[in-house]
Design a protein around this ligand. Sequence first.
Ligand code: ADP
Ligand code: MG
Length: 517
Amino acid sequence: MSGEEDPIQRALSGFSLYTLGDGLRQGTSIAVVGKELERYEVGPATVVIANDGGVGRYVAVEPSLTEREKERLSRLLDHLFMSISPEDAADPSKRLIPNMVEAARSLGFLEEVTRSLQKYEYYVKRELKGYGRLDVLMNDFNIEDIKCTGHGRPVVVLHKNHSELGWIRTNVVFPTEEDAQETTQKMLQRCGTMATNAMPIVDARTPTNDRVAVRWSTDVSMTGTAFTIRKFPAEPMPITALVMLNTVSPLMVAYLWLMLEARGFALIVGPTGSGKTTFMNTLASLINPNAAVCTIEDNPELRLSHDVWDQLTSRHSYSIGQSGLEITLQDLVKHSLRLTPDFVIVGEVRGEEVAALINSAASGHGALTSLHSDSVQNVMIRMSAPPMLVPTGNMMLIWAFVVMNRVRREHGRVVRRVLSITELDPRKGGFDLKEMFTYNMVDDTFSPAAPEELVRMKTERLQQVMRLFGWDEKQLETELGERASYIEMMVANKLLTLSEVGEAVRKFYIRKYGLAG
Ligand SMILES: Nc1ncnc2c1ncn2[C@@H]1O[C@H](COP(=O)(O)OP(=O)(O)O)[C@@H](O)[C@H]1O
Ligand SMILES: [Mg+2]
């Protein structure tokens, strides 16, 4: 197909300032190249996903504007921008529409605006409150990551339902460096910060917790202003979703659940985007709702429903030379000991804080954290070297490593799997690493699948659990089976929201212990 006939190419080359969908809408139908895979609405916009000979296409079609309407909109925006009052500037969404109507009246085209009010409303909101040209992508819950590698190139996205397509080309393009800068600066404004030539690298968070990493202009980026956005899921996935997606088996969850209840220490290992934080959140949601939980993070991502929840976040220095004002994860881990927590969860450990956390676990609370790595062996190597420097004796306080990763399955589909759970088994004069669960790539299953097989391994951690609760092997097997069945029941009953799962977990504890923490 030649570039001339390709409606996406046409849309890419002929972008107007305010619409994405120009040239794509033909009457009420949308012309798309390739095989259409999915079509849905994001607010008033329509999104079409297509496979164009192995290249993923994401076409966002926004309400279309005539040339005259574009001109009107441009003047409206200028007027609104100039006349914005200090109160409205603090929260531009307030009075946005009354102000727009007022602006249209003073500019003398109120009637025209009233006739297409919804369209104007959409674009005024998009520009003054939203993310401009990125608005559809930012509002599309199916998108996990957004990446712009420079102007003149399509913005690309990772899509939840189409992982097999990898980075999907969207019809959002910034024709010039100025366009890229305008939208980037708008986005950073929403994050309460800005990029400058003096500070060309910016890491920021939107009000809805999406992570934004910006490279400003050409000093540090050969292709000019560029950015990557890691979107924060609207609602974290509950444990039932992870089981349904076959990320982990009910028995594995039961095992980790029991370990946590016995105040063990589990470390989740995996590369970025492998699902560590998500899995940690689901495990945390199985903790007794009456327990005191303390979370420690650089950026608040964990979402718990516990009432007794100390949610701590680190503080970065405001400017160079003020490092004395920093409060690090390590400081917070040390501080957490005085909060008498039942559980301490550190979002992600990178340095000295891991030694502090392991050390603090000796005082008897349960602990959960994640670490960026790809295997247990590499974790062991990193932990014994600076900056972590965990003494070998303290290593023993870790109960289990959970290794996660993305795995490519049939038709190139990318899924997340717990590849292994390994126990750190203390022995005289050292420790063994004992693989408790493994993932079988061939048939996409996990083994062992039965509680008795697990119990038969007779590891030190399982013995510890039995001693703590006063169980024999039979009882341990029953407990594991009961928890695995409970998770299966939640899946069977399609409890797919966090609150439904939370309620079911609460019932579990009431039935079991009468809910005492
Ligand atoms: N088991 C899973 N199956 C499918 N998608 C997942 C799964 N776990 C996480 N995700 C999605 O993957 C993205 C990255 O997950 P996250 O937990 O933040 O990874 P990490 O902490 O390892 O960087 C999120 O958008 C999340 O919704
Ligand atoms: Mg994470």
